[in-house]
Design a protein. Structure first.
Length: 94
């Protein structure tokens, strides 16, 4: 499956003022330093009004997952502080 069709499979699961929750299909990178398809670029296209599009966790391209994207600097900072306090972590199923 090509990367463009992988991007088409991303779905918005939830959105509020602070967070955007997306389903990431296996094969699509969460971030990518060079130009090309990745979940962050899809998030920016789906949510053009967001202050930023920062994934709260980065996952390997080989796994399908649910990824939470911080839409604001305040949300990103709150999640960073929660992670440091041990109140926010990644969870793997199956």
């Amino acid at each position: 499956m090509n990367r463009a069709s992988l991007e088409d499979r991303v779905r918005v699961l939830y959105k509020d003022e602070a967070l955007l929750v997306l389903s990431k299909p296996a094969g699509l990178e969460t971030t990518r330093p060079t130009k090309g398809p990745c979940l962050v670029r899809v998030a920016k296209r789906l949510d053009r009004r967001a202050e930023l599009s920062h994934p709260t966790s980065r996952l390997d391209s080989l796994v399908s997952s649910i990824v939470i994207i911080a839409r604001t600097r305040a949300a990103n900072q709150a999640i960073r502080e929660a992670r440091e306090a041990g109140k926010y972590q990644r969870l793997y199923l199956g």
